[in-house]
Design a protein around this ligand. Structure first.
Ligand SMILES: C[S@@+](CC[C@H](N)C(=O)[O-])C[C@H]1O[C@@H](n2cnc3c(N)ncnc32)[C@H](O)[C@@H]1O
Length: 328
């Protein structure tokens, strides 16, 4: 892609918890940072402005990559773009000769342009094709809801959306698609909403929220990507290197919390049969165990930050833990 491409800008996008991200990443001159989820580039830009560091930006969305390429000229020699998944961060960075980094930020989930562009099919509030693919590759959400069997649909909606009406919604999907294929977001949202009734919770959310979240997580393999991305970061970070993760729902925050708890020498969620003992030398130190949340002021400015939780840690000198299933 050429540097001179027009930038796709989105004035409504405000980087979430930006100040806390910068404090935790603390970029210094000559350091190498990775923005694992470029999006609209809020974090990358702030890092580049905060110090004369180098930033490698990763995203798997072709639209985000166009925006990133458009930024290259402004920070010539200090900003590079890598097309792919952060789960493959090591091989992406190796291609440009980078084998160790001083900081990495993950800002999980979807960007504002992804949500706002009806053609991407992520939103239940604007009509568009039921797509939801971040990389624009592989099966779409419409392919999935029109072909998966009822049990698979129910399991996905329950597991990744924590939706207690999952069975009823799955049954309704199968019934509806026998009449005509499901292809549009609003049509699908209406179908889900009609079958997701229950006692309204303390925080009223749109009744299709959980099902849309479930399909997005499943189709983009978001939880496994996150596990792999965290493990890659552990291997890449130098001693003293910083990791920051901003999560937006409890499933992904649980993965981040357990990873950092375990890697900082505490066993996650000790139970009766699992005492809290460290099994291997800690690879991270956590400045704070509790997640940081946006302030009221930030929420007023940026309501999309409402469920954000930031966790950070600093790399120790212990070797990275081997992947599960290997002996060392
Ligand atoms: C919430 S946005 C990031 C916003 C960004 N911090 C900013 O300030 O503009 C998340 C971005 O991460 C990307 N993304 C999500 N999962 C990814 C993955 N596994 N690998 C690479 N990019 C991913 C999405 O395509 C999206 O552009």
């Amino acid at each position: 892609m050429s540097v001179g491409m027009p930038a796709i800008t989105n004035a409504s996008h405000a980087p979430v918890l930006l100040e806390s991200v910068l404090v935790a990443l603390a970029p210094r001159d000559d350091e190498v940072m990775t923005d694992a989820t470029f999006g609209v580039g809020g974090y990358s830009r702030a890092l580049l402005e905060a110090a004369r560091c180098t930033v490698w930006a990763i995203d798997r969305d072709p639209d985000a990559l166009v925006r990133a390429e458009a930024m290259v000229g402004a920070y010539r020699g200090r900003f590079g773009v890598l097309d792919g998944s952060f789960a493959n961060m090591e091989s992406l960075l190796a291609r440009v000769g980078v084998s160790a980094i001083d900081g990495v930020a993950f800002d999980l989930g979807v960007s504002s342009p992804q949500l706002d562009d009806s053609a991407r099919g992520f939103s239940f509030q604007v009509d568009g094709p039921l797509d939801m693919r971040m990389s624009r590759q592989g099966p779409t959400a419409a392919d999935f809801v029109n072909t998966a069997d009822e049990t698979t649909l129910a399991n996905v909606i329950f597991r990744y959306g924590e939706e207690r009406n999952a069975r009823r919604i799955a049954r309704a999907i199968v019934r509806r698609r026998a009449e005509r294929p499901i292809s549009r977001t609003l049509d699908f949202a209406g179908l889900v909403a009609a079958n997701a009734r229950g006692k309204p919770g303390p925080q009223r959310i749109h009744p299709a929220t959980r099902t849309f979240q479930a399909l997005r997580i499943y189709l983009n393999d978001e939880l496994d990507e996150l596990r792999r991305g965290l493990a890659a970061a552990e291997r890449l970070l130098r001693v003293g290197g910083r990791i920051v993760v901003v999560a937006f729902h409890s499933l992904e925050d649980r993965i981040v919390k357990d990873f950092l708890t375990e890697r900082s020498g505490r066993a996650p969620r000790p139970g009766r049969h699992q005492p809290a003992v460290a099994t291997r030398p800690a690879t991270f130190v956590q400045p704070a165990r509790k997640a940081l949340r946006p302030t009221e002021v930030e929420l007023e400015r940026n309501p999309r930050a409402r469920s954000a939780r930031l966790r950070s840690a600093v790399r120790t000198s212990s070797p990275a833990w081997a992947p599960v299933g290997t002996s060392s």
